[in-house]
Design a protein around this ligand. Structure first.
Ligand code: RNT
Ligand code: ZN
Length: 412
């Protein structure tokens, strides 16, 4: 409290209102991915994780059932402040033992998740699952030359729109449905165009399903490469952006999905200039799209600054997307999502009007000096105050260890 009062004064000297920052912060929704809890395995198939993504590590305590996953989400959410949504994949259908393939999933297979969300007053986001399934043929789904394969996945996409609308209607909170396909080739293809034309046609078909555009926001996520898909991905950045703009859906950028020197923070404003909404998957790639836990690093802060500075908090769908099986999975959730929010707070505490003015006056000397000055202002004191108002503490590891001892060890 004392430290907060002093921090408040320090920020006020820069014209920054910490009270306003705290209240804005608490209102930002972060969509938390369910798949950190079980290494992206889901409940609907015995297939290993595929699609060129990979979880490494075998820390004990992976959630193996819907009940375990829900309990772990509750535990993680109890340590994550602010508004949250739960982001589900179609592979997390709960069918009660019934064998339901992905082209046949229905809203009632997600009834338990809706119940879970309603009880906690949170919204749900959704993702069709175009991987870890025997109908992924030669690493292709919606772009496959095999009609049967394409038809199967188109049907899956359509089912998912129906489920997304059901989520929105039941929870009263709009649902973001993100499409990402792993399709690509390990080695140099002979034909780069045909798979993209097939993908385009498949997307058109999926989107022909009528849905309420005020309730369901469909995003399309691009990617530059995957494991075993190093030479070519069908859903490249240019393909996805062009498609999104023609179809009137929403672009989604995952910051692991670009060449290592490209920065998503620099791309956000470009997309905001042309799109009403923009989706983000916040992750941390280490040398490649490794999906490490999000830290409070420069790029995470820069991404959040771009959202706040451009007054786009209500235009950007912020979701997390990482999976680490080498550490306590609940801690991974908490650390990553807290860092997203901490970075948001850093951005909200930036004297951005003053800095923009310096830029327009071409006073780059002052701009650099101020930019460096604010880096060491007492962010931590405001963060702790924010946590306290949410009945949380900065240090949470003992709670996690206790849960590990009580619950996770039983799962050997
Ligand atoms: C893969 C994409 C995609 C997945 C999730 C599980 O590279 O980032 O978003 O991580 O759908
Ligand atoms: Zn992603």
């Amino acid at each position: 409290m004392e430290r907060y009062e002093s921090a408040k004064k320090i920020y006020a000297e820069y014209g920054v209102d910490t009270e306003k920052a705290i209240s804005l912060l608490n209102d930002v929704t972060v969509s938390v991915h369910c798949w950190q809890g079980d290494d992206v395995i889901g409940f609907d198939s015995c297939e290993a994780l595929s699609g060129g993504i990979q979880t490494t590590g075998n820390y004990p305590g992976r959630a193996r059932t819907p009940e375990e996953l829900m309990a772990d989400i509750d535990m993680a959410f109890s340590l994550i402040p602010g508004k949250k949504k739960l982001n589900l994949h179609a592979s997390y259908a709960i069918t009660g033992g019934e064998n339901v393939d992905r082209d046949a999933i229905r809203p009632d297979h997600f009834g338990k998740w809706v119940e879970f969300a309603k009880e906690r007053g949170i919204g749900l986001d959704f993702n069709p699952t175009f991987f870890s399934h025997p109908m992924v043929k030669d690493n292709l789904t919606l772009s496959s030359p095999d009609d049967k394969v394409r038809k199967f996945w188109i049907e899956h996409g359509k089912r998912c729109i129906e489920i997304s609308q059901y989520f929105a209607e039941e929870t009263g909170i709009p649902c973001v449905m993100n499409i990402w396909i792993p399709d690509g080739y390990k080695d140099v293809p002979a034909d780069r165009l045909s798979p993209r034309l097939r993908f385009k046609e498949s997307l058109d078909e999926i989107l022909s399903v009528p849905y309420d555009k005020s309730k369901v926001f469909i995003t399309l996520e691009s990617k530059v490469f995957g494991i075993g898909l190093e030479s070519y991905t069908v859903g490249s950045a240019e393909f996805c952006l062009s498609y999104v703009n023609r179809a009137g859906i929403v672009p989604l950028m995952d910051n692991g999905h670009y060449h290592p020197t490209e920065l998503v923070s620099d791309k956000i404003s470009a997309l905001l200039a042309f799109n009403d909404k923009v989706g983000l998957h916040v992750t941390r790639g280490v040398r490649w799209d490794s999906d490490h836990v999000v830290l409070l690093d420069d790029e995470t802060k820069e991404i959040m600054k771009e959202i706040v500075r451009n007054d786009a908090l209500d235009r950007v769908f912020i979701a997390t997307d990482y999976f680490d099986a080498s550490i306590n999975r609940i801690s991974a959730w908490v650390t990553g999502v807290r860092n997203v929010r901490k970075a948001l707070l850093f951005a909200l505490l930036e004297p951005s009007a003053q800095m923009k003015k310096l830029q327009d006056e071409a006073d780059f000397t002052s701009l650099m000096a101020v930019g460096e000055e604010v880096k060491t202002l007492p962010l931590g004191d405001v963060w702790e105050e924010y946590l306290e108002r949410n009945s949380m503490k900065n240090s949470y590891i003992s709670d996690i260890k206790e849960y590990e001892k009580k619950e996770l060890v039983k799962r050997q």
